[in-house]
Design a protein around this ligand. Structure first.
Ligand SMILES: [Cu+2]
Length: 183
């Protein structure tokens, strides 16, 4: 009834086959590492590195100011809404705002194809997930922090923003929109 002590040299030396497999694994690791570095430079889909701490109510105030200044007007000069959400025309020379709250994204941003915009993105309550479909750009959206995302739409159309971070009973209805128009 004592512990068995293994022999002093319990391992087998690395044979030829094992060396080949280890080499393949090493080469593959280095290849994946290279792709990661190359993609950061060439992929054009890196998460924004410009971030700030911000108070949620301050962000809400600035977003409301942006909406009031740039909301789209119809032929009679009345502000345009889609299902109660203001439709806002972003400008290239001015920061745009996209606000997440339970359970909506505000406003609906209208962008022009091939122009570059700075979009400030934050939440005023819980953690939400910004998932732009179908292009599959994903960002975490946290209250108290804002991202400044640079967006250059390369095709026109309607893009949906899905919340991909569970945020309560209305989570599945939390869908926003970005409209990209031709010049
Ligand atoms: Cu959610």
């Amino acid at each position: 009834m004592s512990l068995y002590c293994p022999p002093r040299h319990w391992w087998a030396p690395v044979d030829r086959e094992e060396k080949i497999w280890l080499s393949i694994a090493l080469v593959w690791c280095l290849a994946m590492f290279g792709v990661m570095v190359a993609w950061a430079a060439l992929g054009g889909q890196n998460p924004p590195s410009e971030t700030y701490r911000i108070k949620p109510d301050e962000f809400a105030r600035r977003a409301a100011r942006f909406v009031a200044a740039r909301q789209r007007k119809d032929a009679r000069g009345l502000p345009v809404y889609e299902k109660g959400v203001p439709v806002v025309e972003a400008a290239e020379d001015e920061d745009s705002y996209l606000l997440a709250r339970t359970w909506a994204w505000e406003p609906i941003l209208v962008l022009k194809k091939d122009r570059t915009y700075r979009v400030r993105l934050s939440s005023v309550d819980l953690q939400h997930g910004f998932s732009l479909q179908p292009v599959n750009i994903n960002l975490q959206v946290l209250p108290g922090y804002e991202y400044v995302a640079r967006l250059t739409p390369s095709s026109a159309g309607e893009f949906l923003i899905v919340c991909n971070e569970y945020c309560g009973v209305g989570h599945h209805q939390m869908v926003g929109k970005i409209l990209v128009e031709e010049e």
